[in-house]
Design a protein around this ligand. Structure first.
Ligand code: UD1
Length: 314
């Protein structure tokens, strides 16, 4: 049985990955500073180390007996990163530096890294392949690109097998206690508005898309989590270095998401169109062939399953 370190394992995505890594037969050590993570979300079968990835000594100790790392711990709000760029560089780039140093010190040679579709910025075409230019539009996206480059560069200098997973729009929940507590993303924002008796808002209906609202590639968090296990299997099995889009390959517009919510709650949610939110690209959909071929994985769950599980877990 191999033992894996999961940074950020008390977070929304991390708590799903922790369960799936355990279910794959691995031992799991979660390292999380609980700044946004929730202690109760860490499965009882996993060991929890409460520490920041910036604490290289703590990471080194947590790596004892570990064969691979899934690195999720990071700051992830685009708007906040524009306001506080240094916080993002310190946490995300500093965190990666500290983690790679600790891995180098103890000789850990496998890594799965949580990257983002934010590395592409506003792409000239969609669906987006992994070979598209990396043109992030925020400090958040920049720190994700830098993280990818750091892993790649370290892998040139020493043995390191790695996969970077570029997440598209993650949604839904694998269990009712594992919902997304984020205040920024579309589906949680819709439910929050409904719970307050307010109308959900559509940020812009004048985009060059079929119905005028933005199109995104929403992926169920349980499908995303399964991709991490497939990536962990791969880096353990052979020496690779590859960045992969993790999405469904199918886009949904904001209006289609609103329709899915109406279907799930059993009434028209009465979404209202408001102005565009600054910096939103019209369409972001993943090309998913490379992930399918490399990992033997593909997303299975529908938008309705994302919305209904998010509704049950709110
Ligand atoms: C999200 C993440 C970003 C990640 C990217 C990957 C946030 C804030 N953004 O960006 O970190 O890198 O996915 O692709 O976490 N919308 C509305 N009404 C609302 C809220 C949102 O119409 O009340 C629209 C937005 O304009 C956008 C879409 O819904 O078109 C999705 O928004 P959001 O969930 O914030 O995700 P992204 O901005 O795509």
């Amino acid at each position: 049985m191999s033992r894996w370190l999961l940074t950020g394992g008390a977070g929304y995505i991390g708590s799903h990955v922790a369960r799936d890594l355990l279910a794959s037969g691995r031992e799991v050590v979660v390292l999380d500073d609980l700044s946004t993570g929730i202690r109760e979300r860490v499965p009882v079968d996993a060991e929890l180390v409460v520490a920041s990835v910036l604490d290289t000594d703590a990471v080194r100790r947590a790596l004892d007996g570990v064969s691979g790392v899934v690195h999720l711990a990071a700051k992830k709000a685009v708007g906040e990163s524009v306001e506080q760029p240094l916080l993002y560089y310190r946490e995300n780039v500093g965190g990666m530096t500290s983690l790679l140093q600790a891995m180098d010190d103890v000789g850990t040679a496998c890594m799965v890294y949580s990257s983002s579709a934010a590395v592409y910025g506003e792409p000239a075409w969609s669906p987006i392949s992994e070979d598209s230019p990396l043109q992030p539009l925020s400090p958040y996206g920049e720190t994700k690109v830098i993280g990818e480059w750091m892993v790649r560069d370290v892998a040139v200098a020493r043995p390191l097998s790695w996969v970077s997973l570029r997440y598209f729009n993650v949604a839904g929940a694998g269990a009712i206690n594992l919902g997304d507590p984020s205040v920024n993303n579309l589906i949680p924002m819709v439910f929050r508005a409904l719970d307050r008796g307010e109308s959900p808002q559509i940020f812009g209906t004048d985009y060059p898309t079929l119905d005028g609202s933005c199109i995104r590639d929403y992926i169920h968090v349980s499908d995303l989590s399964a991709a991490h296990v497939a990536a962990a299997d791969l880096v353990e099995r052979e020496v690779v270095g590859v960045a992969l889009n993790v999405g469904t390959g199918v886009g949904a517009s904001v209006i289609e998401v609103m329709d899915a919510v109406s279907e799930v709650v059993g009434r028209d949610v009465g979404a209202v169109a408001v102005g565009r939110r600054a910096g939103d690209p019209p369409e972001l959909v993943a090309q998913v062939m490379r992930a399918q071929e490399t990992l033997g994985w593909s997303a299975r769950r529908s938008l309705t399953e994302m919305v209904s599980s998010a509704y049950a877990a709110r």
